[in-house]
Design a protein around this ligand. Structure first.
Ligand SMILES: Cc1ncc(COP(=O)(O)O)c(C=O)c1O
Length: 349
């Protein structure tokens, strides 16, 4: 089935220098919107970016039926535009929607909308080496109904914003041993709004104590490392790249998956296994050289310099020859067309 998309391109918003604008404040000129009604996606259109009108009774405002994705587009060295791994983002979107009882978006509609929007607003992709277009597909329950129920009506939208380096310096993080982001059987693996709302309070407490982020641990024992903010976590211990396995409580990060594949291609030692906080603490106490970093679409790789465990701070290895920078460069080169895309990750427009 074809899903026609109408395009009304007229917009007053001009491309401008966006480098100094904080992340997520500058929309591009257009947005995509489609309406789910009577069991069908309809009225799919690309229009100038504008505010939404919505009933205060809209279900998403009360019961959190919201799901989103975050992906990026880049300039390639031969002057084309590359959207990185949209297929895997689509698959994750569908998994999240399913968990939240929300209707699937047909892949053809998702891909066509993405393609058209990024093509139309491609001029907003910064030319700078650290520049990219951050693309946010999302769905919200729009049905006007105050009762607690699964909505019958939804909006699926895509918006975009120019992005640059996310963190200006290496991070200082704290291993969380009181609060939890997700529990077994919950929604941790889904990219739904509530996961983020619930994380604000503990993260705020950590900020007040001088940390950039918390490292989430499992909700039962607080001994197993999970993830951090909007990033999966990776370590280099004894020269081996180590990351916790996927579970119902962490997000199946596309950056994590890509870095693991790159490490495998390069023949680096790697282990996907539970990472115990005490193991980490012992190694750091013994003065071992440990790399710790976050991996996510927005930050790409975020080196962690200081990590607090049980109230004590330890220093991780962030020197130039660290493995994380090697992985980061490989990923950069694939995305920008400087290295072969052996896994078919690039969707070239
Ligand atoms: C909770 C959480 N974990 C991990 C990630 C990293 O995932 P990805 O690499 O797909 O951006 C994100 C960002 O999307 C996130 O929000």
């Amino acid at each position: 089935m074809a899903y026609p998309i109408s395009i009304s391109a007229q917009s007053e918003r001009q491309v401008k220098d966006t480098k100094s604008i904080p992340f997520g404040k500058q929309p591009t000129e257009h947005m995509f919107i489609s309406e789910y009604k009577d069991g069908q996606w309809q009225n799919s259109r690309i229009v100038p970016f504008a505010e939404l009108t919505m009933s205060p009774f809209a279900l998403c405002l009360h019961y959190g039926q919201t799901v989103f994705e975050g992906m990026k587009a880049f300039h390639t060295k031969d002057g084309r535009i590359n959207i990185f791994r949209p297929d895997k983002h689509y698959d994750r979107f569908v998994k999240s929607l399913d968990r939240m009882c929300m209707p699937e978006v047909p892949k053809s509609l998702f891909m066509e909308a993405l393609h058209q929007l990024v093509q139309l607003d491609g001029a907003w992709i910064p030319e700078e080496a650290d520049g990219s277009l951050y693309i946010r597909p999302f769905m919200i329950a729009s049905e006007e109904r105050l009762g607690v129920k699964v909505a019958d009506e939804y909006l699926f939208m895509i918006v975009a914003t120019p992005a640059y380096q996310y963190y200006a310096k290496p991070l200082k993080v704290k291993v969380e041993d009181t609060y939890s982001r997700a529990a077994d059987g919950g929604t941790g693996f889904a990219k739904c709004g509530g996961n983020y709302g619930g994380a604000f309070y503990p993260t705020q407490l950590a900020r007040e104590a001088g940390y950039d982020q918390v490292i989430w641990t499992d909700s039962k024992t607080h001994e197993l490392i999970e993830e951090s903010g909007t990033m999966n976590l990776m370590f280099v211990i004894n020269g081996t790249l180590v990351t916790p396995p996927l579970s119902g409580t962490i997000l199946d990060g596309i950056t994590r998956d890509s870095l693991l594949a790159i490490a495998k291609d390069k023949g680096l030692q790697m282990e996907v296994r539970p990472v115990n906080v005490h193991e980490l603490k012992q190694a750091l106490e013994a003065g071992q050289k440990i790399e710790a970093f976050g991996a996510g679409t927005a930050a790409v790789i975020a080196p962690i310099e200081t990590i607090a465990i049980d109230g004590k701070e330890y220093t991780c290895y962030i020197a130039e020859d660290a493995m994380m920078y090697q992985l980061q460069k490989e990923l950069y080169d694939i995305r920008h067309g400087n290295a072969p895309d052996n896994h078919n990750w690039n969707y070239i427009i």
